[in-house]
Design a protein around this ligand. Sequence first.
Ligand code: DX5
Ligand code: ZN
Length: 215
Amino acid sequence: MIQIAPSILAADFLHLEKDVEIVNRYADLFHLDIMDGSFVPNISFGFPVVEAIARKACKPLDVHLMIVNPEKYVERFAQAGARMISFHYEAAREGSSALIEKIQGMGVKAGIVINPDCPVQDIFPFLHQVDFVLLMSVFAGFGGQKFIPASLDRIRTVRAELDRMGRSEIPIEVDGGIGPQNAGEVVGAGAEILVAGSAVFKADDPGAVIARMRA
Ligand code: DX5
Ligand code: ZN
């Protein structure tokens, strides 16, 4: 089943409730981008915003951590209402295995993320553990970037490896530059969860955009 995860980074923060209702009504997950100005050269939002969204959300919260030392904060994000938490392999490295266990130990789904310049093979050692994989199709840090076409091959490679391991049920989430124009090829390559920020929230009719992506 294809899931659409609008990225709140592109929402209207003065009228956040309006955009939360759009996700509740038309989409499947809330994608929440947490940036610390250190792992990525941008700062987004933190616990108060996640907690506020959690109070109004009827769909699960998918927290994408773009922060250094993710192990220090996963507990707080779980308490804030996250049902899925992903961290960058580049930020955790050999600590990835323990971090996946820590996230899962709190009853939260654990995902591992990599940027477009990180070989997908680097995360193969953790594929037997994760609940989902998040492949960046732009460099983490900013919304509104252009989809990198080489991401399609990376999706295919990870999909093939998951299938080979007998873990076909593990979804691949893809994040960055996705909209109705390329949702079909991203799904065709083997992804199930599509993150979309600008395409959804900068549109006149976000519900129609989500419907087109699903189709
Ligand atoms: C980038 C974020 C994405 C981003 C997606 O670092 O992880 O979730 O907000 O935004 P669009 O869909 O505008 O590329
Ligand atoms: Zn994201």
